[in-house]
Design a protein around this ligand. Sequence first.
Ligand SMILES: Cc1ncc(COP(=O)(O)O)c(C=O)c1O
Length: 321
Amino acid sequence: MAFHNLYGGTYTLLTSTLKKFGIETTLIPLTADDEEVRRAFRPNTKLLFGETIGNPGVEVLDIQRAASLAHEAGVPLFVDNTFATPYLCRPIEHGADIVIHSATKYLDGHATSLGGFIVDSGRFNWENGKFPHLTEEDPNYHGLSYTRAFGAKAFAVKARAVFLRDFGTTLSPFNAFLINLGTETLHLRMQRHSENALAIAKALQKNPQVEWVRYPLLPESSTYELTQKYLPLGGSGIISFGIKGNWQVSKEFINKLQLASLVVHVGDLRTHVLHPASMTHRQLSVEAQKKAGILENMIRLSVGIENVTDILKDLEQALHT
Ligand SMILES: Cc1ncc(COP(=O)(O)O)c(C=O)c1O
């Protein structure tokens, strides 16, 4: 089961690719109340999944609530913490069981590497009868039971020993080196990304050509209170906003940008823009885009660590010419 406001690639993985492997996903709105969430769990549900900060709607997940609903149903909460990074939010401290990161984004921070992390809290009780693949004997390893042999490390060991080997999701050593270098400046970069993004979100709000702006730290944000709770050090670098007029107007704006570049990437030290409806979320139907909060005029801005005045000047010249 997953909250609906997901990165487009994750949405397609859950609703299409995994379906072909016999794994179905029930999508629920982030605004679903506790009863709606409870009703959506099925007897065979294995996990609840959400993004700390949704891509690209930048809504903040109530991790504690999601964790308690998942645990009530006997399943773990998985959180994609890519946009927040461990500097801004540590979901395990709020009850999440497994945290994943696309290290390709802020952790590397320089757009040099592809990689991902899985962080296992080691706290989830896999022995509640719902996870036989971790508790029952595995004939491929001479009858080993992962929970009996590895205890709190059962999930992490199986992920490495079986899935990493079988599916080939192995980080190249050079990318590991580069991502490690990146994490050494993560705290500095996330501070600057957050400061720059807040200043830009406020400036965009004041611009008469801008119809709407979403950023977790704007008081108008639908999840502003959750931002206070889960992101006390900053709101990260992603803003989404809409320009008045049709999509053609937004396209012209993007083409006029000089400092910010049009790329599908997000979360590195340079400022980027993209149009989710025609890029990251293009595979979704119009109906699915609506449910995921993707508006036709939505522009996603990944605010870099350049001088904020330079970024603002660039946005303003593109909005005004
Ligand atoms: C929130 C989020 N999760 C996961 C991913 C997938 O990352 P990767 O390309 O490193 O697999 C992305 C990519 O944009 C993302 O934005």
